[in-house]
Structure formats: C-alpha cells, structure tokens
Design a protein around this ligand. Structure first.
Ligand code: SAJ
Length: 404
C-alpha cells in the first residue's frame, strides 16, 4: 500500500507543500488545529494569495488530498507549524513544534519519520524535540528547512535545492525519495544540526547583503550620489551582486534568524549584529526623510501624507515585521500622528488611519510614500501625477520622485 504523508500546519509553507506532494501523486493528509481553516480548505477556499496556488489546489484536490483537524497514522510526517518570534528576548517560541511532535507521537506507527520544516534556532531540535522521543526510539527525526520565497513559492518548491538533515542514511534516503517526487533541485543530505545552522546562515547572508545596500544608501546621500546608479554599475562586475536598498527588512525570517546567531555567539557574530542594526535603522531613516521632504514642500501635517504599503514586501499579504509597521511604532514614539495608510493586500483594519480604496487614499495625500512596490502602484502610477512622491523602493518611472 502507498505510504501516507501527513503534513501538519497548513500555513504559508505547509499548505503549498501538502498540495504539491498530493498533486505529484502522493497520498497526503493535511492537518491543522484551526477548525475554520480546515472547513475553508474543504470548501475550496485558499487562505492566502500566492501565484499558482489555485491551479495547484485544484490538482491536489483532484488527486485526493484530505484535510483533517487531527494527525493521522502515516509513515512520513512533515511539520510546518509557526515558530513565533518573541521580540523582546529575540528568541523563537518552539511550543508549536513541540506540541505538533507530541501529537504525532500519539498516532504514529513504528519507524515513522518526523521531518521538521519550520525554521528553528540552531540547537532547537536537540534541546526541545529530541527529549520528547525518549520513549519512541523507533521513530526517526529529520530537519528539512523550508526555502521557498513568498511570491514565487510554487516555482521554488519545484526548483530550489533542498537540505535534509537526519540522524542516519536510511531516514535521509527515505525522505529524499518523498521530496524528489516534486523537487527538481539537488537534495543534499547532512546531519540535523548542520541543517538547522545552514538555514539561519542563508537568511543571515541575505540580511548582511541588504544591510550593505542600505549602508551605501546613507553614504551616497552624504556624498550626493545616486545609490541605485552606484549599485547598478558595481553589479556589472562578475563577482559583485549587491541587493537593493529599501525602507527596512521585514518578514518572519530574514529579520529574525540572524538574531539567533547574535544571541548564541555574543562577541563572535559582529558583522551579523551590525547588519541587523543597519536594517533596523531604515524605517526611522525613512521617517526623517519624510519630514525633511514634507518641510521642503510646506506640508505641515502628517494628515496630508499617505504611506502606500503595509506588507513586508511586494505582492504578498504578509505583514509580519513589516518596515511600515516598524515605522508606525517610531511615529508613535515621536507622537507623529495623523498619517494614513493603504495596502491592496491588507483587507482588515490593522492600523489607525488605514484606508481601503486607492483613489480615496490618494485624494487625502499631497505626499505619497511608497513603502512597498506592489504591482498595483507600478501599474497605476499615473494616478500619482501632481503629488510629491517619495519612492523608497525605486519602482516608479517618475523621475521627479524622491528616493532613499
Ligand atoms: N529586501 C530588501 N532588498 C532586497 C531584497 C529584500 O530590502 O534586495 C527586503 C524585503 O523587502 C523584505 C525583506 O528584505 O522586507 C525580506 O524579503 P526577501 O524577499 O529577501 O525574503 P523573504 O523573507 O520573503 O524569504 C526569505 C528567503 N531567504 C533567502 O532568500 C535567503 C526564502 O528563501 C526563505 O525561505 C525565507 O526567507 C524563510 O522563510 O526563511
């Protein structure tokens, strides 16, 4: 009989993974403790927007994917539950992973594999998960860190290389076969601790590169140079690839993972810490520029300033650690109130002054600050004519717009 794969946690990572596995002919049960989510999925509603998800959902349904609130008996378990970030302590909360594994252990048969995809701080699996398995030494543990980027998840699921960290070759090879059913990229086998560390190292690399671009922005401003032109030319060098500066770094991973290294290796993680500080300084840098530009144009109140974009990056609906939310917290600190906000992907009120119609938002804004380069505003940029525009993402063709 064909083995069953039970994917636990049907969020941004678990859902596309479960759908992809099912669409490629695996026997898949998707589990989530959120009853409402399961009902939605059963009714055919996709809980978040992502390119290609509708087609994938259709294919997976056709191939018989099942959604359940409880874990089921399976040979392979993939855990993709959230690892919430505790901002003050700069630590992740592993309790969802721990609870998912506990629940799986109550139903899993002999020799089942539990593969954790959730991003965890290095050492988490040894510290929090392994002790749970003491009475089930027959069950195999693995870490297969997710690598897909929101906005291009489906393509990346199939094409990115993957890392499988496991305690033994047999477990790694059994899992490799599962991932090979949809992944065309190279699948690298290693141990669990290396897999944990590699994931954090990848995201930290990107954070440092973005920090470099952001630091260059500040240098270019002082030197009276155009940072984009500088980076464009520098990147013509065959071994240079500087990323883009921006109003800050958000999302649940790049702005979070480097802190694990800073926390665990104080005194050693110096570039990593400096990069985090630079990226965290960007929302305040933007806010200062907003007041300079507003003053220059005699805009006296924030009531005439509109911030476009609340999500952490373009064309996604995820607002976790978003630069705009970071900027709002600085505004509050400085009692700078009255601005308004708009984001086509955020349909519920999450901040004061949020509006839900682009035209109305623009009517109220003499100055528009582009915080996120959603396709919508790029397409509709004609609507910004006559306004003072501060384009922190460098996405508009308006040559009069202010830049970082
Ligand atoms: N950003 C810049 N400049 C850039 C690129 C990004 O300012 O040149 C900003 C974005 O606007 C955003 C933040 O950085 O606020 C992070 O966005 P991102 O697109 O760089 O990355 P994420 O967080 O969406 O996804 C990352 C990816 N990691 C790497 O590329 C190394 C993805 O592959 C991971 O799966 C994901 O983190 C994760 O979940 O760990």
């Amino acid at each position: 009989m064909k083995q069953v794969i039970n994917v636990t946690g049907l969020g941004y990572i678990g859902l596309p993974t479960a759908l992809m596995l099912a669409a490629k002919g695996n026997n898949v049960v998707g589990t989530d403790c959120n009853k409402e989510l399961i009902e939605k999925l059963e009714a055919g509603t996709i809980p978040f927007s992502e390119a290609g998800m509708e087609r994938l959902f259709f294919d997976a349904k056709k191939c018989g994917i099942i959604f359940e609130e409880e874990n089921v008996k399976a040979q392979i378990y993939i855990v993709a539950v959230p690892t919430p970030y505790e901002k003050q302590q700069k630590k992740i909360d592993p309790s969802y992973v721990v609870n998912a594994v506990k629940s799986i252990l109550t139903v899993c048969p002999q020799k089942a594999i539990i593969a954790i995809e959730s991003t965890v701080a290095p050492g988490t699996i040894d510290r929090f998960v392994r002790p749970l398995m003491r009475e089930r030494s027959d069950v195999c543990l693995a870490h297969v860190p997710e690598r897909i980027i929101p906005g291009s998840m489906i393509w990346e699921l199939q094409n990115n290389s993957r890392t499988i960290g496991a305690d033994d070759k047999d477990t790694a090879n059994r899992l490799k076969e599962v991932y090979q059913s949809f992944c065309r990229g190279e699948i690298v086998l290693t141990d669990i601790k290396t897999a944990e560390m590699t994931k954090v190292v990848e995201n930290t690399y990107r954070d440092i590169n973005i920090a470099y671009a952001n630091e260059l922005t500040k240098i270019a401003r002082r030197a009276g140079l155009d940072v984009y032109e500088m980076i464009r030319i520098a990147n013509k060098h065959p071994r240079v690839n500087i990323l883009s500066p921006g109003p800050g770094v958000g999302g649940h991973c790049i702005s979070v993972d480097p802190w694990f290294l800073v926390g665990d290796y104080p005194g050693l993680a110096n570039i990593i810490l400096a990069a985090r500080k630079i990226n965290d300084s960007m929302p305040e840098f933007v806010l200062k520029r907003v007041s300079e530009i507003a003053e220059q144009h005699e805009i006296e109140s924030l009531g005439r300033v509109g911030f476009y974009g609340l999500t952490y990056k373009e064309n996604v609906d995820d607002v976790r650690e978003s630069p705009t939310l970071q900027l709002i917290s600085f505004m509050k600190k400085h009692m700078a109130i009255g601005a308004h906000f708009y984001d086509p992907f955020v349909k519920e009120q999450i901040v004061k002054g949020q509006m839900f119609d682009l035209d109305e938002f623009l009517k109220l804004s003499d100055m528009v600050v582009i915080m996120v380069g959603h396709d919508e505003i790029v397409k509709e940029q004609e609507k910004l004519k006559g306004k003072i525009v501060y384009d922190t993402r460098h996405v508009l063709s308006d040559t009069d717009a202010y830049h970082l």
